[in-house]
Design a protein around this ligand. Structure first.
Ligand code: MN
Length: 187
């Protein structure tokens, strides 16, 4: 395993310990099994995008926290977007954190690619989390709280993401979209 695979386990363990959560409690919060969480923490298993999403959502932290990115010597206001995708070539969903989470701005900006026929279900984020989805290529079916919307390239939708939501590609070609997820300030 390369170094880039090591970070999710390290991040997960640090996060879990800072919350004072047992593996059992983390499993309950994320919907990922205790055994799987343990394997990820010990770097015995490299999580899929879907598993990583469950973990990030369960902990209410940005997805990009788990993605190793180059740290360019640029200021927060002048930052070239990243092209490092989560290295899961067999996944039907590919995620590239364009602009990783910065506490000053409180959003994650991701480029997502869904293969033909792929369905990705997202569990509800915490109250106040808002997603902005803009299609760059193809056509996306997006369900928010049970209602499906069709979006073509150039179209976008902003929605409150504290309810179940799903992304589906009914087309023959991959669909590509940008997803900006805004996290509300702590209260
Ligand atoms: Mn989501």
């Amino acid at each position: 395993m390369s170094d880039s695979h090591l970070q999710p386990g390290f991040t997960l363990k640090a996060l879990r310990q800072s919350r004072g959560w047992s593996l059992a409690q983390a499993a309950e919060e994320t919907g990922v099994s205790k055994a799987m969480l343990g394997q990820i923490e010990r770097n015995e298993s490299s999580p899929t995008v879907a598993t990583l999403w469950k973990i990030a959502t369960g902990f209410n932290v940005p997805f990009s926290l788990f993605i190793p990115t180059e740290r360019p010597c640029e200021s927060a206001t002048m930052l070239r977007s990243s092209r490092t995708r989560w290295p899961q070539t067999q996944d039907s969903m590919q995620v590239t954190p364009l602009f990783p989470y910065d506490p000053q701005f409180r959003f994650d900006m991701l480029a997502i690619e869904l293969a033909s026929g792929a369905l990705s279900n997202s569990s509800p984020h915490d109250l106040g989390v808002i997603e902005h989805v803009v299609i760059t290529e193809g056509e996306l079916q997006l369900a928010v709280d049970g209602k499906w919307h069709t979006l073509i390239a150039g179209e976008g939708l902003r929605f409150q993401a504290d309810c179940p939501h799903s992304y589906r590609n009914d087309g023959e070609q991959p669909v590509k979209f940008h997803c900006l997820i805004h996290y509300p300030p702590p209260h």
